[in-house]
Each structure stands twice: as structure tokens, then as C-alpha cells.
Design a protein around this ligand. Structure first.
Ligand code: ADP
Length: 663
């Protein structure tokens, strides 16, 4: 990262120096009001008409009646602050610039680039009106300001051009000409202009789209205010890229009213600083110094409102104090980012690099503003892109960081919940076992008839509670990934026999039939976890008996396939009970879910049995499935793969179809 930063810095410095050298290269072209370009290669180089232009203050000279002038003013330079014949020139006023340009005799088509002047002009060439912006006049009443950069073809066949430039300003804090007037090959000038416009629109488009993206992130995300302020900052600043400096927007819409575009230009500059300050405060709230933030914020707010409510003559005046305020803001933001960096806040490294880039861009722009250098536009472009990219990185980083934090907290919460459940179930199980054990003992001690009835209820409720606690313990074990499976020899038909025998009592009480159906062939001993298999089948059979009022319940085992080492066994639990509707078939496998809210009232249970059975089977590579129709019974089934045991030979259960009916 440091390497990258250093190389960017070096590139910026190289470009900066390269361009500034160009800007100061050679003597001024215009000397005592004459630019002698007879020997210049105008096809190859673009020539700035910098130097001593003849200047008449307080007069818009008639181009057809030009008289010699002995006062000169250096261009490009604002007239305000200059002295002419001992008279201090004010920003508001009018004057005429004159220059004679001597061109080579056999020259090709040439063009002139006229930037925006403060704040209206008319240009006459050899006594004929050539072009203008707004209406220069000697009184504010007849004057209209306008800004538009123009590149126009010079009159052909003329080897001497007498330029008369009338400039007037009554509405801006600056007066005169601040940017260079250029002469050169038309195609070259036009190409340069197109390149600048395209670059500005590209940058503005990127910023605007980036701003929209972050705005939608704010709307549909966590309503993070830092994201909101950054999105507004990007969108507001995108206007500045096309609505100031080179005025790319004005070249596409040349008739935009000056009053509106100027207000927008200043408003977007002032408010973007306010938005950036707000963004930084939301980004690193723990690192700001509140009184300074409030003070700067208030200043920026007041300044931002000014272009909306005061005349241009006023708000264009506050630019210099504002620049001071802006530098103070940048220094303060640098301080906040440094603090955030040392406190190791999310994205603070990017923040620090971005502010370094921003300071570099601002430094260059201000050197240009004060006429010290003319920076390569690419430098400013790269600087802006880098700055906005780094800010986006901070926000993306912050977003990802918040998500990760939320995820970690959720995982930690789940872990704590599972741990709590398993500890509590464990703690409850121990005394519960004693209660059940004691009840058994008391039942054996010939209690009275009424006592036996009460002890039976106690035993029933205790056993019920124990099965619920066991279920919770199992579920939390599965969730925590702590469940392990035995891999020992087991005789599946024998296990099924035992389960069916265990269920006889409840079936008998309900008056329904219980049927065990085993395959005709003898089955081998297989390797597996008999406890978990018993748990799953008992749960399915228990449910089948519970939800069947008449008819029968069948436990069926089938061989689904085998090879030399493995055997696939399918287990089915059929019943003729209440059945389950199609919509409920998905949800009943989720934890604590029952098909009907009345189920727990009518049949008891917690809604955990199926979720546990499903998980136990899944962890062993089997899938619990269901066929059912409401009111027509249900069949729960699954197929599990077992490795056959090497040591034992399968006991022959019955060559004929094994039947075991219980009335
Ligand atoms: P519990 O039986 O403790 O409520 P289970 O997870 O075992 O929890 O079952 C969830 C729900 O699935 C039951 O409450 C019941 O609504 C439905 N269900 C399970 N087995 C059957 C069945 N054989 N017939 C009808 N409904 C059943």
C-alpha cells in the first residue's frame, strides 16, 4: 500500500512539474500590444496570447475608430487590484483590451480559443464583430453576463489581426481576464477541447452514479448516515466537475442563465465541504472534537446558504475567506483521520491516503487559482478518481465490517443459547432421574390404591418431562455439532422387534393394531449406531400411534439394495391416523413446529422429535421423507446405507414373511 502511495505521489509531482514548466516557458508573446507570430509554427504548437495588451479603462472603444493606446496590462490577469496611471481598478467596471497579431503570410486555417471572462465581452477583429459572451455595457442596466468557452476559426487570408476586446463586469467580485487566450491549429484546439469536455463528463458521471449507488445503499441498507452524506457529497460535487472551471455543461447547454449556473457553482462548492465534514463526523464519531466540528459546521452551513439568498456580487466575494475555511476543514479532517488511524478504526488507512490525495488535488487547484501553475488536467482527474475511489473503499470496508460483526454476534448468540440449553437440560435431568427412580421404588413398596394412582401420574409426568429434556439436550448437541455416532455391530430386525414390543402397551390401550413387517430373507449384522436408530424409529412409531385413533400402525423394513460390503435398508412407518396436509408437510420438520396449533393441546409434544430425527438421519447420509394426505394417514420413511459386519453371520429371522400382530 505504501509503495502504491509513493508511486502515485511521484507521478503527480512529475506531471505537476512538467506542466508548470510549460506554463512559465519562454518570454511573453505579446509585447507592447503586438504579438509577432510571423515565424511561429502555429500548426504544431498552440500559442497563448499572454503579455502586454493595450488597455483602456472605463471605455468600450469603438472598433472602427481605434486610436493608439500607451497603457498596457499583463494578461492573463484580473484587472481588479491593478493600478493604471495611478488609478486603482475596481472589480466592477469596463474596459477595452487591444492587441495586434502578426501572422505568417501563407498560413493554413487557424483558430482562437476564448475562455470565459469576468463576466461579459465582445471581440472585434479588424473592425468587424467576431464573437461575444453576454453584453458588455457601460452601465449595469445594459449589461448581461454570460460564461462559455469558445473555439472559433479566425478570418482566412488575413496576415494581420487587430483584436479589440470590450470587457465589462457589474455582477461578479472579479473583473477582467483570468484564463489564457490561445491561437493555434483548429483541429488541435478542438480536439483538446473535446478531450476536456469528455473527461469532465466522464468524471461527473462516475461521481453521480457512485453517489446514487451509495444513496440506494443508505435507503435499503442500515440507514447509515455516513453513507448518506457521502452519497450527497458525490452527487453535489459531480455538478462542480461540469459546472465550473472549464464549464463543460455550458458547452452542451450554451443558453443556461448565468445567474442560475453561478449560484449552483458556488452553492455546490460550499455545500460539498459541509457534506464532507458531516460525512467524516459520522464515519469516525469517536475521533472528532465536538466544539470544533460544531463551529466549522455552522460556518459551512451559513456559507452554503449564501449563494441561494444573496446576489452574485456578494456571494462571489466570500470565496477567499471560504478557501481559508476549507483549508481549516481539510486540516481538521486530517487530524480526525490520523486519530482514527491510530485508534485502528475500520478503513482508517484508506481514509488517510484519501485525505493525502485530496490535499494534493486542492493544493494543485489552488496553485492554478492563484495563477502559479497550469496543472495537467489528467493530474486533477486522477486525483479526483483516487479520492472518490478511496472513500468508496472506506464505506465498503465499513459495510463488510459491520456485517461481519453482526454475523459474529449472531454466531456467538447461538452458541451461548445452545450452551445454556444443554447445561440446563443436563442439570434438570439428574434430579429428574432421582424423582423417577424414587417413584419406581415407592410403587414396589405396595402403596395404597389411591397412592398408586397418584404415583402413576407422577411417573407418567416425570417420564414425559424426561423425554422433553432429552429432546432439548439432543437438539442443542446437534446444533453445536457435538453429536457423534457409534459404529458397532447391530441386528436391525432385533432392534425393531424391541421397539414394537415397547410400544405394545400404548397400542393396546388405544385399541389399534401394530404390525411389524420384515423382509423374507435373513439379514446380516450391520455396523451402525443402534441407540440413534432406536431413537428415530421410536419417535416415528410413537407419533404414528399418538396420531392414530383407529386402524393400524405398521413398521416395515425392506432391503433396497446391497453389494458385497454394504446393504441399503428402507424403513417405513405407516399409519391410518389424522394425516398431514400438504402445506404443513414442509414445516413439521422444523424445530418446535407442529402441524396445528391445537396439536400440543390434543396430543402433547414439543415439535422437536421430527427435527431431531431428520438431523440425525442427515448426519448419517439419509433423508427422512413423508407421504400423507389429511385424514388418510401418513407414511414416514427413509433409506440408510449400512456397512455389513465381517465377523458375524446374520441370524435367520424367518424364511417366510415375518409377521407380528398386536391386537
Ligand atoms: P411432537 O410430536 O412432539 O409435537 P414431532 O416433531 O415429532 O413433535 O412432530 C411434529 C408435528 O408433526 C406433530 O405435532 C404433528 O402435528 C405432526 N405429525 C408427526 N407425525 C405425525 C403422524 N404420524 N400423523 C399426523 N401428524 C404427525
Amino acid at each position: 500500500m505504501i509503495k502504491f502511495n509513493v508511486s502515485v505521489f511521484l507521478i503527480v509531482i512529475a506531471c505537476l512539474l512538467g506542466e508548470s514548466a510549460l506554463a512559465t516557458e519562454g518570454d511573453p508573446i505579446v509585447k507592447s500590444g503586438v504579438a509577432d507570430l510571423r515565424n511561429a509554427n502555429l500548426k504544431l504548437t498552440t500559442t497563448p496570447l499572454n503579455g502586454e495588451w493595450a488597455f483602456t479603462w472605463n471605455k468600450l472603444i469603438d472598433p472602427s475608430a481605434v486610436t493608439p493606446v500607451n497603457n498596457y496590462i499583463h494578461l492573463p490577469q484580473l484587472w481588479n487590484g491593478n493600478q493604471l496611471n495611478g488609478q486603482l481598478l475596481t472589480p466592477q467596471g469596463f474596459g477595452t483590451y487591444q492587441c495586434i497579431v502578426l501572422l505568417p503570410v501563407n498560413r493554413g486555417p487557424l483558430a482562437i480559443r476564448l475562455p470565459d471572462f469576468y463576466s461579459s465581452y465582445s471581440l472585434y477583429i479588424n473592425g468587424i464583430y467576431f464573437t461575444g459572451n453576454g453584453t458588455p455595457a457601460t452601465t449595469p442596466a445594459g449589461y448581461t453576463p454570460h460564461w462559455l468557452s469558445k473555439t472559433l476559426v479566425l478570418p482566412a487570408n488575413a496576415d494581420t489581426l487587430q483584436l479589440v476586446l470590450q470587457v465589462a463586469n457589474f455582477s461578479h467580485a472579479k473583473g477582467g481576464i483570468k484564463k489564457e487566450i490561445l491561437i493555434g491549429d483548429y483541429d488541435q484546439l478542438q480536439f483538446q477541447r473535446d478531450k476536456w469536455i469528455a473527461t469532465d463528463f466522464l468524471l461527473a458521471g462516475c461521481l453521480f452514479m457512485g453517489g446514487l449507488f451509495f444513496f440506494s445503499l443508505f435507503l435499503f441498507g442500515k440507514n447509515d448516515k455516513a453513507t448518506l452524506y457521502f452519497s450527497l457529497f458525490s452527487m453535489v460535487y459531480s455538478y462542480r466537475i461540469v459546472g465550473s472551471n472549464f464549464y463543460a455543461l455550458h458547452s452542451v447547454f450554451p443558453n443556461l442563465p448565468w445567474e442560475i449556473t453561478t449560484r449552483l457553482e458556488y452553492f455546490t462548492l460550499f455545500s460539498s465541504i459541509l457534506l464532507f465534514l458531516k460525512y467524516v463526523c459520522e464515519l469516525y464519531p469517536k475521533d472528532i472534537y465536538k466544539p470544533i466540528t460544531r463551529l466549522l459546521g455552522t460556518f459551512c452551513l451559513v456559507v452554503s446558504i449564501t449563494p441561494l439568498v444573496t446576489p452574485p456580487l456578494f456571494f462571489t466575494r466570500i470565496i477567499n475567506p471560504f478557501l481559508l475555511l476549507m483549508f481549516f476543514c481539510i486540516a481538521y479532517v486530517l487530524f480526525v483521520f490520523l486519530k482514527a488511524y491510530f485508534c485502528k478504526r475500520a478503513g482508517a488507512t484508506f481514509a488517510l491516503i484519501s485525505i493525502a490525495v485530496l490535499m494534493m488535488v486542492m493544493f494543485i487547484i489552488n496553485l492554478e487559482y492563484f495563477g502559479i501553475i497550469i496543472p495537467a488536467r489528467e493530474v486533477v482527474f486522477i486525483g479526483y478518481v483516487l479520492f472518490f475511489f478511496l472513500q468508496s473503499l472506506i464505506l465498503s470496508f465499513r459495510f463488510a465490517h459491520t456485517l461481519q460483526l453482526a454475523k459474529d454476534q449472531a454466531v456467538e448468540g447461538l452458541r451461548a443459547k445452545s450452551e445454556f440449553l444443554s447445561t440446563m437440560s443436563h442439570e434438570i435431568r439428574t434430579p429428574l432421574n432421582s424423582v423417577i427412580g424414587m417413584t419406581h421404588l415407592m410403587l414396589k413398596n405396595n402403596p395404597r390404591k389411591d397412592q398408586r394412582e397418584q404415583l402413576d401420574v407422577l411417573l407418567f409426568s416425570g417420564s414425559n418431562l424426561l423425554s422433553i429434556v432429552n429432546n432439548i439436550l439432543d437438539y442443542s448437541k446437534i446444533e453445536a455439532g457435538k453429536i457423534t455416532f457409534e459404529h458397532i455391530e447391530m441386528d436391525v430386525p432385533h432392534i425393531l422387534h424391541n421397539i414394537v414390543s415397547g410400544a405394545k402397551n400404548s397400542v393396546f390401550e388405544k385399541g389399534i393394531k401394530l404390525h411389524l413387517s420384515l423382509p423374507e430373507q435373513s439379514l446380516p449384522i450391520v455396523m451402525g449406531d443402534p441407540t440413534r436408530l432406536t431413537q428415530v424409529i421410536s419417535n416415528l412409531l410413537g407419533n404414528a400411534v399418538k396420531f392414530t385413533q383407529e386402524g393400524k400402525v405398521t413398521l416395515e423394513l425392506k432391503v433396497a439394495g446391497h453389494d458385497k460390503e454394504n446393504i441399503k435398508l428402507s424403513f417405513f412407518v405407516h399409519d391410518t391416523g389424522i394425516g398431514i396436509s400438504k402445506e404443513k408437510q414442509e414445516v413439521i420438520f422444523e424445530q418446535f413446529t407442529q402441524a396445528d396449533s391445537t396439536t400440543s393441546r390434543g396430543y402433547g409434544g414439543t415439535g422437536l422429535g421430527l427435527a431431531i430425527s431428520k438431523k440425525i438421519l442427515e448426519l448419517q447420509g439419509a433423508r427422512l421423507q413423508l407421504n400423507s394426505e389429511e385424514g388418510k394417514g401418513a407414511t414416514f420413511y427413509f433409506t440408510q446405507n449400512f456397512q455389513m459386519s465381517n465377523n458375524s453371520i446374520a441370524p435367520l429371522i424367518n424364511k417366510d414373511k415375518q409377521q407380528n400382530d398386536t391386537a
